[in-house]
Design a protein around this ligand. Structure first.
Ligand SMILES: NC(=O)c1ccc[n+]([C@@H]2O[C@H](COP(=O)([O-])OP(=O)(O)OC[C@H]3O[C@@H](n4cnc5c(N)ncnc54)[C@H](OP(=O)(O)O)[C@@H]3O)[C@@H](O)[C@H]2O)c1
Length: 291
């Protein structure tokens, strides 16, 4: 398949990741257009876009994915459908359910997860996960070829495994960051005072609290609430937080040591990251000294 010869219609292409996808395919020379709910939409409806396109890309918020897929599905016979949703299980289940309902409609479907936002400056080193394919192998091959040529990284991860891993990679880290950031905000010390005593190993956490807190919370809310494995992960987080809290409250140093040591086997497999952390600290020190 030659991607640039396809008409690519992005539902939700007016902003965010969808707008990046429109620009990306336009930069390749493809005819890429978008729909959204506002007046700058290039179509009167999502269905009209699906009628026009050869490839329909769903890039709407997670909470709108299922409804929008249902809305465009009747127009997808013999067309390609891509979703870029950050949560996979419910979207793929929705697709399979719609296939049962619209037996006469036979789309070719590829579910992917670009692991970056529209703010990236180049594809270099950025990862796209391929999570599910139903009859769209030629599209998947063409996308992978295109991304690899641009310096991207592609990886196959089955969709249930994807959501479990994202429960840890996104769900746990976002939850951890927001609870820590809220704690810092509630303690209400002067921000400059906090920063003035936070050397790089500590400052690096503040850098990321700030980054995540100041972004649009809708995407994080949807990841926390639509990826069913996040709930399982953060329940463990809460148990562990209570366990460690009790250890500190009872001033049980031996139990504290044991608490840390019992996970050293697991993290010992990843010892190489210590060197990486030293590198990051050094780079951050340099950057802070420049100011
Ligand atoms: N942002 C990221 O870093 C990122 C990374 C990987 C994957 N993703 C995935 O990409 C998708 C979009 O996320 P985002 O953060 O880019 O969202 P966003 O910035 O909120 O953009 C959503 C887009 O969808 C449009 N939209 C909303 N409801 C619609 C509807 N019913 N019909 C047509 N258009 C509609 C919005 O425009 P109007 O409001 O004008 O309708 C907007 O253009 C999500 O599924 C997310 O999981 C995002």
């Amino acid at each position: 398949m030659e991607l640039i010869k396809q008409k690519i219609g992005v539902v939700g292409g007016s902003q965010g990741l969808g707008s990046w996808i429109v620009k990306y395919f336009r930069s390749k020379g493809a005819d890429a257009r978008f729909s959204s709910r506002k007046e700058n939409s290039e179509f009167d409806s999502n269905l009209q876009l699906a009628d026009w396109a050869d490839i329909v890309v769903l890039a709407v918020p997670i909470s709108a994915m299922a409804n929008v897929m249902e809305e465009v599905f009747p127009a997808l016979d013999d067309k390609y459908l891509i979703d870029v949703c950050s949560v996979k299980k419910f979207v793929i289940e929705k697709y399979l359910q719609l296939r049962q309902v619209y037996t006469e409609v036979l789309p070719k479907y590829c579910s992917i997860h670009p692991m970056f936002s529209h703010r990236i400056k180049s594809f270099d080193g950025n990862v796209v996960l391929f999570n599910h394919n139903d009859g769209a192998e030629d599209l998947e091959d063409a996308l992978k070829k295109c991304f690899l040529e641009d310096g991207g990284v592609v990886k196959d991860v089955q969709y249930i495994k994807h959501d479990k891993l994202m429960g840890l990679v996104q769900g746990l880290n976002h939850f951890n960051v927001f609870v820590s950031a809220k704690t810092m905000a509630r303690f209400d010390e002067d921000f400059e005072d906090i920063k003035s005593v936070a050397s790089p190993p500590y400052r690096i956490f503040i850098v990321f609290y700030t980054r995540y807190v100041l972004q649009n919370p809708l995407l994080y809310a949807d990841i926390q609430m639509r990826n069913e494995y996040v709930y399982e992960v953060v329940r463990i987080f809460r148990d562990e937080m209570n366990r460690l809290f009790d250890i500190i409250q009872t001033r049980d140093r031996d139990q504290f040591m044991e608490y840390i040591m019992e996970m050293q086997g697991f993290f010992g497999q990843n010892e190489g990251d210590i060197e990486l952390s030293s590198h990051l600290m050094q780079k951050l020190s340099q950057k802070l000294e420049e100011k």
